[in-house]
Design a protein around this ligand. Structure first.
Ligand SMILES: O=C(O)C(=O)C[C@H](O)C(=O)CO
Length: 281
């Protein structure tokens, strides 16, 4: 088993003009987070969200160690959501209790969890676990939220190629947490745009991981202040950080889905500042 940690500091809007495409990618993109037999974890200084991919193949992987975050255990002062984005099922055992995750199920991990072991049913079709973890001050029990238990909301307009279904998993109306919000969005067939209208939410940061894309397809993920946007070209399994000041929206060249995770001052999903497309520069 290999566990690697990387770090992202998250820049400021003032830096955007001087950043090359490579600089932008180093600050806001976390590439290729899924690798068989590896845990690839990224400690971000954007509201201290940890973003990671864990793919157990040929044995269990453990992620309970807190050395990289300055606590005895990874979840000592944190909560987390772990989504299974693979084609195969898997099991996450938290302090001796096994939680089975089919594809598209999410495990909420409550603050205080010590030992977290992740396993795939099959090494050939492994579970691909995607982690968002953020600081927490409240205890909620660890539990699986299945795809069927998530709250589905359909939005958008096929005539504008942005019809999509959002599924809320870790959300006050579905399953409580301290400050983490997490869900999965699927554009409808033929719809290519996500997150319309583009928006900011000054009180929450957000991370996306794009997945389910073919080798040759890409999503163009837009970011930046509304009057100074840039884009990141994203492949399947790449995550992007969206600081609170940044707009976000994306357009894919083929089918894709993404997980969104947020944290900040509140959990009010609807608290966002939409920006009309005609006002984007
Ligand atoms: O397609 C969408 O719309 C989304 O999934 C939006 C994200 O949930 C989001 O950006 C929330 O701020």
């Amino acid at each position: 088993m290999t566990t690697t940690w990387t770090t992202r500091y998250g820049g400021s809007p003032a830096m955007m003009d001087s950043m090359t495409q490579e600089d932008l990618r180093e600050e806001y993109l976390i590439p290729a987070i899924f690798a068989p037999g590896e845990a690839r974890l990224c400690y971000t200084h954007v509201d201290r969200m940890i973003v990671g991919g864990i793919v157990p193949a040929g044995g269990a992987l453990q992620i309970g160690d807190g050395a990289e975050v300055g606590t005895d255990h990874l979840f000592q002062a944190r909560e987390g959501g772990i989504a299974n984005l693979g084609r195969g099922a898997g099991t996450i055992t938290v302090d001796g209790t096994a939680h089975r995750l089919d594809p598209r199920d999410i495990l909420y991990v409550g603050r205080g969890a010590r030992e977290v072991m992740l396993e795939s049913d099959s090494a050939g079709t492994p579970a691909e676990f995607y982690l968002n973890s953020v600081p927490a001050q409240v205890d909620h029990p660890t539990k699986v939220i299945t795809r069927a238990e998530s709250k589905a909301v359909t939005m958008g307009d096929p005539a504008k190629a942005n019809l999509r279904t959002l599924r809320m998993y870790i959300h006050p109306e579905v399953s409580p947490s301290c400050l983490l919000l997490m869900g999965i969005t699927d554009p409808a067939e033929g719809s290519v745009w996500n997150t319309m209208p583009p928006h900011t939410h000054e009180r929450r940061m957000e991370a996306y991981v794009y997945f389910g894309m073919s080798e040759e397809d890409r999503v163009f993920h837009f970011m930046g202040r509304p009057d100074n946007t840039r884009h990141l070209t994203v492949a399947s399994g790449d995550a992007v950080l969206s600081p609170a000041w940044s707009i976000h929206m994306g357009c894919g060249t083929g089918p894709y889905a993404f997980v969104w995770g947020m944290t900040g001052e509140n959990q009010v999903y609807q608290e966002m500042s939409p920006v009309a497309v005609r006002d984007l520069v």
